[in-house]
Design a protein around this ligand. Structure first.
Ligand code: GDP
Ligand code: MG
Length: 441
């Protein structure tokens, strides 16, 4: 996803300014990229619509940095889609025991995540008890016991010949006697969503009061993970989701859709097989990760350095040119801008009809010459800069002394200035704000 979007934003960058068409074209790319990342189709549609509604219109059209603006909106909408804020497991107040039921398909990472969460809770001063409610795979109980040992948390089990609901009940009784304030039920999954599994989970919920039902889904299964999440939420009701295996080659699609489809937040992401590899889920970080935002933002920044023209100034200057009011202050400003744009020569070459004749192109491009020109303008009084007609011989002499140049140089510059003034009047479209044209970007 990242590579793909990088390209999208590279294209945005090179345009400098976005029109409605640009926004639509760019979002078309974003849409394809998201679909490719296995984001749910409905979610993509809704997402693109939301971004489009915000991007097309006053904000973008008037904004100085439309490219950055669109990225900002894409990012914000992504964060919103994933739940805006970090959600924590909700605990029962006071000394009451919080019962957490883990659920999910077989191999999703329930048992591993149960132990991972237990480690986190211990750090928070909780005293978790893990209950082995997966009675179908002989190895499952053993696996939980091994993980519990690693985390130094107690594991409650009753072997394989008990109903999961009964084990849950007994585990809570055990917790009461033992002083555990959290019980985590590690349940059995199935290869696919099926009735038996759902019934079993419902039975547990009937038998004991479950305060938090947490679903573990394998992020690597992409859109399937979202379908699974929806099924679990519809049939037994979940409070939060843990996306496991985010360290795998996942394209982030599941992270983007889960909240949108189930309305339930992602609490944690599994980042590896080790029991310490569980991270809090931060929607903003995930958005950055999906977008590759860090890189994109720096690209945009660079682009902005190159296109550092203040649009208002530019427009104002263009209208002044048309009216023939272009003065020395404008000249200074335009020199600054041309420098920013990196290469006066390339711009001048684009001008129709100049062809380098009549104007000393090479010397205008010369940095030393530019600096001298600046010195001359700096030696003018504000009134002189505003009104070149004031420049009589005595003023010109004063300016020459101030700039440390010969009076001939001042005269030549003023003549050149008048020439360009004329040229600008003849070509009102030249600085008319169409920055996309003529290599200004
Ligand atoms: P369960 O059947 O839902 O209990 O799944 P398990 O907890 O037994 O995990 C299935 C496999 O996935 C095991 O090999 C785990 O080590 C692995 N696993 C679980 N979570 C993660 C994770 O976040 N990253 C990686 N790379 N592997 C994980
Ligand atoms: Mg298991």
């Amino acid at each position: 996803l990242t590579d793909k979007l990088q390209n999208v934003f590279k294209n945005l960058r090179s345009k400098g300014r976005l029109t409605e068409d640009d926004v639509k074209a760019a979002l078309k790319e974003v849409k394809l990229a998201l679909l490719e990342a296995d984001v749910n189709f409905k979610v993509v549609k809704q997402f693109i619509k939301a971004v489009e509604e915000r991007a097309i219109g006053a904000d973008v059209m008037n904004g100085l940095n439309p490219g950055q603006m669109v990225i900002k909106i894409v990012n914000e909408e992504m964060v919103a889609l994933m739940g805006s804020e970090t959600t924590e497991i909700a605990f029962q107040p006071g000394k009451a025991i919080t019962v957490i039921m883990m659920c999910g398909l077989q191999g999703a990472g329930k048992t591993t995540t149960t132990a991972k969460i237990a480690g986190k809770l211990k750090l928070k001063g909780k005293t978790p008890l893990l209950a082995a409610c997966d009675v179908y795979r002989p190895a499952a109980i053993k696996q939980l016991q091994i993980n519990g040992e690693k985390q130094k948390v107690e594991v409650f089990s009753m072997g394989e010949n008990q109903k999961p609901a009964n084990i849950a009940k007994a585990a809570i009784e055990h917790a009461k006697k033992n002083g555990n304030n959290v019980v985590i039920l590690d349940t059995a999954g199935r290869l696919h969503v099926d009735e038996e599994m759902m019934e079993e989970l419902q039975e547990i919920k009937k038998a004991v009061e479950v305060h938090q039902t947490l679903l573990v889904v394998d992020a690597m299964t992409g859109q399937d993970a979202v379908t699974v999440a929806k099924a679990f939420n519809d049939q037994i009701g979940i409070d939060g989701v843990i996306l496991s295996k985010m360290d795998g080659d996942t394209r982030g699609g599941a992270a983007l859709s889960v909240k949108a489809v189930t309305g339930k937040p992602i609490l944690y992401v599994g980042m590896g097989e080790k029991l310490s590899d569980l991270e809090q889920f931060y929607p903003d970080r995930m958005a950055s990760r999906i977008l590759g935002m860090g890189d994109v933002l720096s690209l945009i920044e660079k682009a902005q350095e190159n296109i550092s023209i203040d649009e208002n100034k530019e427009k104002e200057m263009a209208s002044r040119m048309k009216k023939g009011k272009f003065d020395f202050d404008d000249y200074l400003e335009s020199m600054k801008q041309m420098r920013n744009m990196g290469g006066l020569a390339s711009i001048l070459k684009m001008l129709p009809g100049t062809g380098g004749k009549g104007m000393d192109l090479e010397s205008m491009i010369d940095e030393k010459q530019l600096a001298r020109t600046e010195a001359i303008i700096f030696s003018m009084t504000p009134a002189e800069r505003k009104n070149p007609k004031l420049l009589n011989p005595s003023r010109k002499h004063r300016i020459a002394r101030g700039a440390g140049v010969d009076i001939a140089v001042v005269n030549r510059f003023i003549k050149q200035f008048e020439q360009s003034q004329k040229m600008m009047k003849q070509m009102p479209g030249l600085m008319g704000g169409k920055r996309g044209r003529g290599g200004f970007g």
